[in-house]
Design a protein around this ligand. Structure first.
Ligand code: UD1
Length: 421
């Protein structure tokens, strides 16, 4: 087990390049299953979740080579339709392989992904959407066996704009006969990146980024190359880290429009955020003030993936702020950890009320999930004295060497081995 030891109080300053987006790279890697061929995917972040996806592709018979941020995937020999349980349990994103495997080989068997630290996370919308395309779904215990001799275009209305279900259905529909219309589709930028990748392969996907996506089935697609979009959540996390330390940071490889709702909220606190040559510049030039109420909603609303980091910042903003988590049912475990650092914070149901204090105090805290971990790092960078953030394996799922990036900006952070408790 590893942890970060952080001495708080140094303003982050300097310039860094933001990594490629995990949440775009994962479905794009899954989509390489669609057509036999060799793909070069660039700007793939080096993360444990990406390692797991590469291992799954290998277990299905693909060859995967990684050089820095380039991943070469050769799916010519891919011939397996069962995703091993051990790998399935490692990343939920393995469900992205359902759509592509059904499209390529007509079959897929997975074990049902369980709940996780942030909530129950069912997959009913994935299964319902695939069933509309003609997939037969047989469930026995935790095993889900899907088969589809032929996929047929259909009109699918999602009960909720699920990111993963939208992506899975899009991938399954690429080579289905006829037209597929997804209504109430998720609109996240990662869906637009996946659509761009699929269209480069020869698919005909229109409307990604809007609530209605139309896919005209094509008989065949082929391998292609692609560069993954920048990670908007990592960018948002670094902006907040700069803000919480009273620093000044320039971020390259950012698409400011992807962060509109986050930037709007951060400007309300008083942070100065401007577009820069290749991204954004952030400066904490004055005392920050709280925000009356932030509610997480699907894109383009305030992202659930930025809620913990925002909450960490609000513990330091003058006045009272409220944050309501509406996407996941159990994504507020960091509240207890922030309390250990002196935050004046109260949780009632899905809503957190925060009274800002001037500075947090260093403490031993534990990351329970990826973004909660990022929030605790932000809090520790602000705190007076030394903090130890345990559970770094969660952070490594989504942030490429966060400790090194922060150290590059002058933050006092070290990765250490922790004894098991
Ligand atoms: C993706 C992101 C994750 C982000 C989330 C919401 C990836 C790899 N992960 O996760 O970082 O936090 O979007 O922006 O892209 N739901 C159902 N049934 C389903 C599917 C989802 O009830 O079949 C519910 C979930 O439990 C959750 C909500 O819908 O409450 C949103 O989930 P979804 O948009 O599907 O998130 P993911 O794709 O899992």
């Amino acid at each position: 087990m590893e942890g970060f030891v952080i001495e708080g109080g140094t303003p982050l300053t300097g310039r860094v390049r933001v990594q490629g987006a995990k949440n775009a790279a994962l479905p794009i890697l899954a989509a390489t299953v669609l057509a036999a061929g060799t793909y070069e995917i660039h700007d793939v972040p080096q993360l444990t979740d990406i390692d797991a996806m590469c291992r799954i592709l290998q277990s299905l018979g693909a060859k995967v080579e990684r050089t820095g941020h380039r991943v070469t995937v050769d799916t010519i020999g891919l011939n397996q339709t069962h995703i091993p349980d051990e790998l399935m349990s490692r990343i939920r994103s393995s469900i992205f392989l359902m759509g592509p495997l059904l499209a390529r080989l007509g079959k897929v068997t997975i074990s049902r992904p369980g709940g996780c630290a942030i909530g129950k996370r069912p997959i009913n919308l994935h299964l319902k959407g695939l069933a509309c395309l003609g997939v037969e779904v047989a469930e026995e215990g935790d095993i889900i066996a899907c088969s589809a001799p032929e996929l047929k275009g259909a009109e699918i209305t999602l009960d909720f704009p699920s990111v993963g279900a939208t992506e899975n259905i899009m991938m399954a529909a690429v080579c289905a006969t006829g037209e597929t219309v997804i209504t109430n589709a998720a609109r996240e930028p990662e869906i637009v990146d996946l659509a761009a990748f699929l269209n480069k392969m020869g698919a005909r996907v229109q409307g990604a980024g809007e609530s209605t996506i139309v896919i005209q089935g094509v008989p065949k697609v082929q391998a292609t190359n692609h560069s993954v979009m920048p990670d908007r959540i990592v960018a948002g996390t670094l902006i907040i880290a700069a803000g919480a330390t009273g620093g000044e940071v320039e971020l390259d490889n950012v698409v400011p429009e992807h962060l509109e709702s986050v930037i709007e909220s951060l400007r309300q606190t008083g942070l100065a955020i401007e577009t820069a040559e290749r991204g954004l510049r952030v400066q904490a030039e004055r005392k920050l003030t709280g925000i009356p109420h932030i509610v997480t909603t699907p894109y383009p609303g305030f992202p659930t993936d930025m809620q913990p980091q925002m909450l960490a910042l609000l513990t330091l903003c003058e006045g009272t702020s409220r944050v309501t988590e509406k996407i996941f049912d159990s994504r507020l475990k960091h509240v207890e950890e922030l309390k250990k650092m002196g935050a004046e914070i109260r949780l009632e149901g899905d809503t957190v009320t925060v009274h800002g204090i001037r500075r947090l105090t260093g403490a031993h805290v534990c990351a329970t999930d990826l973004r909660a971990g990022a929030a605790l790092v932000i809090a520790a960078l602000n705190a007076q004295g030394r903090s130890v953030v345990a559970g770094v394996e969660h952070i490594d799922r989504g942030y490429e060497r966060l400790d090194e990036v922060i150290a590059q900006l002058g933050g006092q952070i070290h990765r250490v081995a922790l004894k098991k408790q």
